[in-house]
Design a protein around this ligand. Structure first.
Ligand code: PLP
Length: 358
């Protein structure tokens, strides 16, 4: 069995071996110190010098998206959402649910986000831009410089769901003027699902601290911010995943650091893409994250291909949801896979295609 899925991904043995050691209770200085050390290593990976501006939640990424919205904005704000797929759409739904006024820049299938898309929204007094920097539904990686410039010119906060790009592509929070970053444990970090992280700029932190109590009791960021200097959380965390994360951070360090880690993922993506192009499969033309490669089919069902690969070869890849289910699937380049695994996948993909085309 091999997972080429977007998260949870094919895991590294280093993260499983932590379970052989046993764990301290979380209300101890041992655990608190571990958390503090992990969060400051995370700050470096995210590219911020404000290593105390990170909290973590025991929840999947969507909860971190929702909690960020309700802790930072309300009905007096007006937000702009880049909606280029199901995760952009999720931001819109969350705004809707919480009664936060918003507009969205809606992209069609295979449409690349450009400066022209943003022109109609300039000078309209929006509070913030919300973006899933890598829209994992389509694989499109948006241009952070473009979004940054737009936010700066319009005096807007920049909120980035980096779940699909953190530890797959280079990411630099301070350099790109990002005010809030969200990522979670099961994507680039390649650990178990269950923990999500929220990183604040100084001005976003002030905003959170100066706002009334959040709608949700469990997700009131002020409580998390109060406890985190001791490495603690208000409620019981999924502490074992923290030990998995420690193991991954050690592995990243041992294998040459962040740049070397990213380069390996990039190499896998490039190799995979060059092979699929050789065989004449279609890859979308917009700019892609190294996290995954989408492939488009018009003569066989992409969904049936995913099922075929799973049932005949125990290879797991991600179909697309919604309108694209039959047309496109996605193959991840994060996680514990190597070039030989890619060769094997491509070979099996060829067999599956031959079988389904018959
Ligand atoms: C995976 C992902 C999420 C979070 O999904 P959960 O299932 O809640 O963990 C959010 N945004 C993007 C871009 C993602 O790739």
């Amino acid at each position: 069995m091999k997972l080429f899925t977007l998260g949870p991904v094919e895991i590294y043995p280093e993260t499983i071996s932590v379970y052989q050691k046993g764990f301290p209770h979380f209300r101890t200085s041992e655990y608190g110190n571990l958390v503090k050390s992990i969060l400051s290593r995370m700050a470096a990976l995210v590219g911020t010098e404000f290593k105390d501006n990170i909290i973590y939640l025991t929840a999947s990424g969507t909860a971190a998206m929702e909690a960020s919205l309700e802790n930072c904005f309300d009905e007096k704000d007006n937000l702009l959402v880049i909606n280029g797929g199901c995760f952009g759409h999720r931001f819109c739904e969350l705004c809707e649910h919480h009664g936060i006024p918003h507009d969205s820049v809606n992209l069609r299938w295979n449409e690349e986000l450009t400066a022209e898309h943003l022109v109609p929204y300039s000078g309209k007094g929006y509070t913030a831009l919300l973006v899933n920097l890598h829209e994992t539904f389509t694989g499109q990686l948006y241009d952070i410089k473009l979004l940054r410039a737009f936010c700066r010119d319009n005096n807007m906060l920049l909120v980035v769901d980096a779940i699909g790009t953190f530890l797959a592509d280079d990411y630099n929070m301070d350099e790109n003027g990002i005010d809030l970053t969200i990522f979670s444990s099961q994507k680039g970090l390649s650990c178990s699902p269950g923990l999500s992280f929220v990183v604040f700029s100084e001005r976003m932190l002030q905003r959170v601290n100066s706002r009334p109590t959040a709608v949700s009791r469990y997700f009131d960021f002020k409580d998390y911010l109060f406890s985190i200097p001791r490495g603690q959380t208000p409620y019981t965390p999924a502490l074992r995943i923290m030990y998995e994360i420690e193991a991954i951070l050690d592995l990243i360090d041992a294998s040459g650091g962040k740049d070397a880690w990213l380069l390996r993922i990039q190499k896998k993506a490039e190799y995979f893409r060059s092979c699929v192009k050789k065989w004449g499969y279609t890859i979308p033309s917009y700019s892609l994250s190294n996290m995954l490669t989408p492939i488009y089919f018009d003569d066989v069902s992409a969904y049936d291909l995913c099922v075929y690969l799973k049932e005949h070869y125990q290879l797991y890849i991600n179909p697309c949801g919604g309108d694209l289910a039959e047309k496109m699937f996605r193959i991840a380049h994060i996680g514990n896979t190597n070039m030989a695994d890619i060769d094997d996948l491509l070979e099996k993909l060829n067999y599956s295609l031959q079988a389904l085309r018959k």
